[in-house]
Write a protein that binds this ligand. Structure first.
Ligand SMILES: C[S@@+](CC[C@H](N)C(=O)[O-])C[C@H]1O[C@@H](n2cnc3c(N)ncnc32)[C@H](O)[C@@H]1O
Length: 246
C-alpha cells in the first residue's frame, strides 16, 4: 500500500476526469438551492472538489481515507481561494454516519466502484434531500462483446463493470430518474491521469531497478494504461446524473 501511494502521490488527480466534464455534469442539476450542500465521496486530491466549489455558492464535505490526499486537497483549496467552502474529513464511505436527508448532491468521481455502483444507489439514497441528486463517474462497457484480453482484464480488476444500458436499468430500479449521462472524453484519461502516472512509473522503474516486488507492481500499473491504449473503444468512464424520486 505504501508503495502504491509512492506511485500515486502528487498526481493532478487519481482517476480519469477533467474540470470541463465536472462542470458539464454539474450544469445538468436544476433547481438547486443557491447554496447547495454537497458530499464528495472518495475525493482524492480534490480536482473535482475545487471545481465544484467554484461552480456554486454552497458548501462541500469531501471524504477520503487517505490523509495525504486530503492534505493536498486543503492545500489546493487555499491556493484556489475556496478553502472556506470545503471541509475535508478522513472518513470511509463504508462508515458514513451523516444525518438523513442532508445533502442536495452526492458527488463521486471514479470512486463509487469501491462501494459498488448498485449498493451505493441503495445506501446513499437516505442521505439525500427530496429531489436530491447523485452524480458519479463509473467505468462502463461502451460496446458488447469486448476482445478476450480486455474482458479478462476487467473481470479481474472490476467484475461488476456493466454496459451503460445495464446501469440505466439499475438506476431506474433503485428509485432514481436518469437526468443525463455522457462518456468522458479520452483526453481526460490521459491529461490528468495516465500521462503523469506513466511518467511517474518510468521514474520509479529506474529508482527500484532490481526490486522484484516494486517492478511487478509498476508493471501492473503499466498494463492498465496499455489496456486503455489498445481497447478504449470498448470501455470508458461514464458520468451518470441521477435524481432521487420519492
Ligand atoms: C480512483 S480515486 C478517485 C479520486 C478522485 N475522485 C479523482 O477523481 O481524482 C479513488 C479515491 O477513493 C479513495 N478511497 C478508497 N477507499 C475509500 C473508502 N473506503 N472511503 C472513502 N474513500 C476511499 C482513495 O483514497 C482515492 O482517493
Amino acid at each position: 500500500m505504501e508503495f502504491f501511494f509512492e506511485i500515486h502521490k502528487d498526481l493532478p488527480r487519481e482517476g480519469p476526469g477533467d474540470n470541463e466534464s465536472t462542470q458539464k455534469a454539474f450544469n445538468f442539476l436544476e433547481n438547486l438551492p443557491s447554496n447547495p450542500y454537497i458530499l464528495d465521496i472518495g475525493c482524492g486530491p480534490g480536482m473535482q472538489t475545487i471545481q465544484l466549489a467554484k461552480l456554486n455558492d454552497g458548501y462541500i464535505v469531501a471524504i477520503d481515507t487517505h490523509q495525504p490526499f486530503l492534505d493536498e486537497l486543503n492545500k489546493r483549496a487555499e491556493i484556489a481561494g475556496v478553502q472556506d467552502k470545503i471541509k475535508t474529513i478522513n472518513k470511509s464511505m463504508f462508515k458514513m454516519d451523516f444525518e438523513e436527508g442532508q445533502f442536495d448532491v452526492i458527488w463521486s468521481e471514479g470512486a463509487v466502484y469501491i462501494y459498488g455502483f448498485e449498493k451505493a444507489l441503495k445506501d446513499w439514497h437516505i442521505f439525500l434531500k427530496k429531489n436530491g441528486y447523485i452524480v458519479v463517474s463509473e467505468a462502463s462497457w461502451l460496446k458488447k462483446n469486448p476482445p478476450a484480453e480486455i474482458r479478462d482484464f476487467w473481470n479481474d480488476a472490476y467484475p461488476d463493470i456493466k454496459l451503460i444500458e445495464e446501469n440505466k436499468d439499475r438506476i431506474k430500479k433503485n428509485g432514481y430518474s436518469l437526468i443525463s449521462y455522457f462518456i468522458l472524453p479520452e483526453n481526460s484519461w490521459w491529461e490528468n491521469y495516465y500521462t503523469p502516472l506513466e511518467f511517474r512509473i518510468n521514474e520509479l522503474k529506474e529508482k527500484y531497478q532490481g526490486n522484484e516486488e516494486a517492478e511487478k507492481q509498476l508493471d501492473e500499473e503499466l498494463i492498465e494504461i496499455e489496456m486503455f491504449r489498445k481497447h478504449s473503444d470498448y470501455y470508458g468512464y461514464v458520468f451518470y446524473i441521477l435524481q432521487k424520486i420519492e
